[in-house]
Design a protein around this ligand. Structure first.
Ligand SMILES: *[C@@H]1O[C@H](CO)[C@@H](O)[C@H](O)[C@H]1NC(C)=O
Ligand SMILES: *[C@@H]1O[C@H](CO)[C@@H](O)[C@H](O)[C@H]1NC(C)=O
Ligand SMILES: *[C@@H]1O[C@H](CO)[C@@H](O)[C@H](O)[C@H]1NC(C)=O
Ligand SMILES: *[C@@H]1O[C@H](CO)[C@@H](O)[C@H](O)[C@H]1NC(C)=O
Length: 858
């Protein structure tokens, strides 16, 4: 009896203890040199100082802006200073084998880049990369290199302290520590790559430039991409394309990651949100094929991702230290004689390793070992269950065999899983459709558990009612059989994530074995069996909750209104819950039907209370804001000006907000009309392809006369060197886009293009074409040559070109400090921002950009 009473608290503390063991971040360090060893050490204080300089002193570093140019100059200066430090070190210690080279690469180019099913071309003029290579100075030492990169620019709406100034600071700190470590000698080179990218299309321009034009590109064997989508918690190994890199990562001081995340993100489910996919795909086509790549990213609290509040103050202490020490150790290993880099010349092997964070450890084993272990688990379980089977009451034989009984309990266990999903989704549907209170859980990553766990539990319990009597022992065995079966089949199908079922199956088997040794046959299961059996599912389940909810809950704030956010979150809670407490079914059948009914009633009441509580919550608050996008569009063709407003989430209430906006800023009587967001909706081209997530909230509001502005910048599209070849039926010309004061230009037109300078194979048909430009600050002309087929109906082969771009001085809040230069648009933005802040009580983060566009025929 005593053992029963103590077993319950153990079942709970088990998991909490195990998980807390794994949660800690390291102590931040501020000294540059360890006072005890006298050796240089990675300093978080220094990393954050860099991040602060970039994100606050320089500010919003959007590609093409003046601030972007300032950060480029700053980075060049850092790189040059580092080179001269290296030279001083080598002069002072002539036997150090150390060479530091710096390149400030500049170049122009263009390339095709498809996204979300659309053909898209990017062209860039004079973009830069800052490249620092640290090697031992020999040709052999430079033959194989690891590339580590972080991007210096920030996205349009964000000062980008975590994303990605912090990783830039980490790179600089790694350079300092490595160069000043007395005995360090790089057997293989490390290339530090500070890139500028156009964040929505991420890395592509800069990597295109690097991989097509830089002499060191062909030596890159592996690339480590440092990113931040959040500001708290441990950095996690997000995605790895190769076996070698997973093994390398396993050696860092505090590895963190799970194959589940890796497989989920590699599958591209949330493609638009991970730059990595594009990076991988992009590098693949441009010559870095042999590089194996991986992404480590900070993901905790990703509410601030691409928001104004991505500032140093909001970065959790220890985050930079953690990522920094891991990166440093990775670089030490990859540049050492043991490094796998030389073996990667032959290409890399796709991941064939299972890795998990388990009991505070990063465990890693091969797919081969996994297959053997899981198959053995399944076979052993089946054999054990058969051997240990005791006929419940021979006197009352009801004719049921062990097989019959196992099938029945397997059905009960499966029904519970289905019931959990159904229960959670029914409540989700009620929240959205009946109560109109979608996303009520948004402001906290874990709040949704309180809403959907009781629903999932109720669903699971109700599913047991039609099952009749199920023996506790059989159900316990069924859970084991099902889990080991899933592990086995999943792994045989090459899904490493199936390992979670093995990890939870093993302790269940152990519990069963112990139970049969310590109790009399035919007895009830000891409660201690549950304590033993639940250890893994609870701790791994808790971890799954943490990682998936950390990623998905904030993500629902930027995936558009049409995404089924509520159902995704409800299903995650149900799924992770079913995993975390797999023994619910045997446990409830221990007590019989009446208890199940009572428990279901109790949880249903909890659901009602929770729904009431959540209905009163506002989805957003000041640290978990709603994203609102505002464009002030100046149409130079019609001289009209409009305000466009969009949201990126499905929370209720945006229409009301849009109406207030209309009342406040538009002409009297204006009603905001919802617009269709098609791929070629020119108004939002500057945010394309992210604009696809802005469906369908887009309102065009004619502006009040006092906001009308005389354009003080120019945007001209013309055709030069125009020749028509009647015999061949072609027109060849150069489109020249002249855009002083305007950045991120894009043009769209329809034509049957036969040849152009963008790539070698334009589609051989009359089609719409979409070209985006991103250039260095101050470069305000770009052009492309093309040959088009003369259509029969139009002997002049004129084409209509839609164009749009961002007025470089009209971006709020980026250009707040020099708002006077942004004219009326900035004045409107200032009023708008103050107004929406009051109106929404600080719960909205608005991105306001002044765009210029029009249409012309060339
Ligand atoms: C990379 O290139 C290889 C060989 O061309 C191809 O098999 C693979 O699918 C490519 N990977 C991506 C992500 O495009
Ligand atoms: C949006 O498109 C749908 C079908 O594509 C059409 O029925 C609807 O009228 C359009 N709405 C607006 C405001 O253009
Ligand atoms: C037109 O052609 C001439 C001669 O080939 C060339 O020098 C000039 O740069 C071209 N103009 C444009 C706008 O490309
Ligand atoms: C500007 O106005 C013209 C004519 O109404 C229209 O075709 C074009 O799409 C508009 N462009 C933008 C960017 O608003």
């Amino acid at each position: 009896m005593a053992s029963r009473m103590t077993a319950y608290p153990f079942m709970i503390s088990d998991s909490l203890l195990l998980f807390s063991l794994a949660e800690a971040l390291p102590q931040p360090v501020s000294d540059l040199v360890n006072p005890i060893t006298g050796l240089p050490q990675l300093s978080e204080a220094r990393v954050l100082a860099y991040a602060k300089y970039l994100s606050e002193d320089i500010g919003y570093r959007t590609v093409g802006t003046r601030e972007h140019a300032l950060s480029d100059a700053w980075m060049v200066q850092q790189a040059e200073e580092f080179r001269s430090q290296c030279e001083d070190i080598v002069r002072a210690y002539p036997d150090r084998k150390l060479e530091c080279e710096v390149w400030h690469q500049r170049g122009s180019g263009s390339h095709r880049f498809d996204m979300m099913g659309h053909r898209l071309y990017k062209t860039y003029v004079d973009l830069t990369n800052i490249i620092v290579r640290v090697s031992d100075g020999t040709p052999e030492g430079k033959e194989h290199a690891v590339l580590v990169n972080a991007h210096l620019d920030s996205t349009l709406p964000s000062p980008g302290a975590a994303d990605d100034a912090l990783p830039v600071g980490i790179m600089l700190e790694c350079m300092r520590v490595l160069a000043h470590t007395p005995d360090w000698k790089p057997t293989h080179a490390i290339i530090f790559f500070g890139v500028f990218n156009n964040a929505e299309e991420s890395l592509q321009d800069a990597s295109h430039l690097f991989s097509t034009q830089h002499p060191t590109a062909s030596t890159v064997r592996a690339a480590v991409n440092l990113e931040a989508a959040g500001t708290t918690g441990r950095e996690i190994l997000f995605q790895a394309t190769s076996e070698q890199m997973i093994r390398a990562y396993a050696r860092v001081p505090r590895p963190f990651g799970t194959i589940v995340a890796n497989e989920v993100f590699s599958s591209g489910i949330i493609l638009s949100d991970t730059d990595f996919r594009q990076f991988e795909q992009y590098l693949n086509v441009t010559g870095l094929d042999a590089s194996s790549m991986f992404l480590i990213a900070i993901v905790g609290n990703s509410y601030l991702y691409h928001m104004r509040k991505d500032v140093v103050e909001n970065i959790e202490p220890g985050v930079a230290q953690h990522m920094g020490e891991n990166v440093l150790s990775l670089l030490l290993y990859l540049s050492s004689p043991e490094s796998p880099l030389p073996t990667l010349t032959e290409g890399y092997s796709p991941p064939s390793t299972v890795f998990f964070q388990f009991l505070g450890q990063f465990i890693i084993y091969s797919f081969r070992a996994a297959k053997i272990a899981y198959t053995s688990l399944f076979v052993l379980s089946a054999v054990f269950i058969r051997l240990a089977y005791v006929n419940p009451a021979p006197a009352l034989k009801n004719g049921k065999s062990i097989l019959g009984e196992q099938i029945k309990s397997a059905l009960a266990v499966s029904a519970a899983v289905v019931g959990a999903f159904v229960g959670a989704n029914v409540v989700a549907a009620t929240m959205v459709n009946v109560l109109g209170k979608g996303m009520s859980w948004f402001s906290s990553e874990r709040a949704c558990v309180f809403l959907y766990a009781p629903a999932a539990l109720t669903g699971a319990l109700i599913s047991q009612l039609p099952m009749g009597r199920v023996r506790e022992h059989s159900a316990f065995c069924s859970v084991l059989l099902l889990q080991s079966f899933l592990a086995c089949v999943g792994q045989l199908a090459g899904i490493g994530s199936a390992g979670v079922f093995a990890l939870s199956g093993f302790p269940i088997l152990v519990a069963l074995v112990l139970n049969s040794m310590l109790t009399k046959p035919g007895d009830d299961l000891s409660l201690w069996s549950y304590v033993v059996a639940m250890s893994t599912p609870l701790s791994l389940g808790a971890q799954m909750y943490y990682i998936t909810l950390d990623v998905f809950v904030p993500l629902t704030g930027r995936i558009g209104e049409e995404a089924p956010a509520e159902y995704i979150i409800a299903s995650i809670v149900a799924g992770a819950g079913a995993y975390a407490i797999p023994l619910l079914v045997p446990f409830v059948h221990r007590f019989g039907r009446r208890t199940i009914v009572r428990a279901a009633l109790l949880f249903s009441m909890t659901i009602a209370v929770m729904m009431a509580v959540f209905s009163m919550r506002s989805p957003f608050d000041s640290m978990h804001q709603k994203r609102v996008f505002v464009i002030h569009m100046e149409n130079v063709t019609t001289q009209e000006q409009h305000l466009h407003v969009a949201a990126a989430d499905g929370a209720p209430g945006f229409e009301l907000l849009a109406q207030s906006i209309a009342q406040e800023f538009s002409v009297p009587g204006a009603i905001p009309a919802p617009m269709n967001m098609s791929a070629w909706n020119n108004d939002w081209d500057t945010l394309y392809p992210f604009s696809a997530f802005l469906t369908p909230y887009k309102f065009e509001l004619p502006l009040r006369p006092e906001y009308l502005d005389a354009p003080e910048h120019s945007f001209n599209i013309l055709a030069a060197n125009d020749t028509i070849d009647r015999i061949a039926g072609t027109r060849s010309f150069t489109i020249v886009v002249d855009h002083p004061g305007i950045i991120w230009t894009s043009i769209t037109f329809e034509a049957h293009v036969l040849q152009w300078t963008l790539d070698n194979n334009p589609p051989d048909e009359y089609a719409q074409h979409y070209i985006k430009e991103g250039s260095f600050y101050g470069h305000d002309t770009w052009k492309m040559d093309l040959v088009i087929k003369i259509p029969e109906h139009d002997p002049d082969a004129r084409i209509r070109v839609n164009f749009v771009g961002i007025h470089e001085k009209a971006m709020w809040p980026a250009k707040k400090a020099e708002k006077a230069e942004g004219g009326r648009a900035m004045q409107l933005f200032e009023e708008f921002d103050a107004w929406i802040d009051r109106e929404m009580e600080g719960k909205v983060d608005a991105l306001l950009i002044g765009c210029v566009g029009g249409i012309t025929t060339v």
